[in-house]
Ligand binder design. Sequence first.
Ligand code: IFM
Length: 466
Amino acid sequence: MISPAFPLLPAGFRFGAATAAYQIEGAHDQDGRGPSIWDTFSHTPGRTLDGATGDTACDHYHRYREDVALLRGLGVDDYRFSIAWTRLLPQGTGPVNRAGLAFYDRLIDELLAAGISPAVTLYHWDLPQALDDRGGWRVRETAEAFAEYAALAAEHYGDRVERWITLNEPYCSAFVGHAEGRHAPGAQEGRGALAAAHHLLVAHGLAVRELRAAGVREVGITLNLDRVDAASRLPEDLAALRRAEVLHNEVWTEPLFAGRYPTLERETWAGLADGPWRLPGDLELIGAPLDFLGVNFYRPITVAAAPHREADPERRTAVDVGVVELDPYGTRHTTMGWPVVPTALGELLLGLDSRYPNLPPVWITENGSAEPDTLTADGAVHDTDRIDYLADHLTAVADAVAAGVDVRGYYVWSLLDNFEWARGYQQRFGLVHVDYDTLTRTPKDSYGWYQGLITAHRARTEEPAR
Ligand code: IFM
């Protein structure tokens, strides 16, 4: 096997790996953890592939030491993980669960002892069920509860955690969870999902205020931004492209980085632009300066005006804005069915950089591929397609940096194979293979490649010791 060349990134660039609580922890009912919407959703028949749940997942809750040892072996600078809100506050607000707080103390201390900097995501989709019962993201009280949780986490871990991410991919929470219904809480409220989107942004703003008050070092948010192409140059497809950009990107980036709601809102949401959930002062709250923007990137999308084709339920957009997604990419696709187009990541970064003069430094907080991995007779996983995917996307990042975009770090999704939400356990994204019967961890070839990349980067960029 010939390994691809290591992309050249600047001195100080940081490498990491990422996971999320519900996808790896298991121990769903241990030590006082309360139920989240993903417990409810995954236990509802028909919601996830094969009825998969996160009850056990990778059992990281009990095996975190082994997983930190894997991170140490990899040589990463940072580890991005999420805190399960219901381990700290089982009901979402109110009484604190000391045993839950203690778990992340153990994890953070283990990471620091291994020389790895923790990057914490506060919300990776696992809303306390008790809050959803009271309206969830549809109501502003949930944003206020999130601020209480953020303050607790910052007060307790702020001395040891360098990088804080308020929300992961609010697009999915709002639109996949409240319009498509493919994710928890499984609601199909169409444009009603806009209330959820707005309350997520308010939650972010309130949490930033708490994190700043606690004096933590770096605060940001992670968005899954899309590089959107139009299927043709026809005016109707170009108009569809703009609506898709509002839906996928600008609903977040405009309030966060330009202090306004998207200018094409009325065309996109047809009358719901001024939702009653928006209060005076919200834009100032949401747009408070950040230390970084986390970008999660996997693939580009292409859209056409909906009348072009019968809307295919498999490809429908999250909110019906008269747009249909097509797949004209004549490239390799991962097992998620996603086209592999690394240059799209560079284009996305350059586009963001030129659109927002106030854009903070960027971190690629997730990038990776699901592949049909198999453990071979030699006890290894020869995942050459994943290595190529990572190398090509890192090259796109390096090119964007060379073109002047301030990208500071890159985290592979994911450290471990894990629970891929509604798609259960069949999609494997890990650098480390997990046998779900025995929970045995086996580093794949991509783990060795990434380790080599990090070692080579340090050798090339660090001053020799005198
Ligand atoms: O597994 C997810 C993760 O939780 C959020 N970003 C995308 C990943 C792959 O689908």
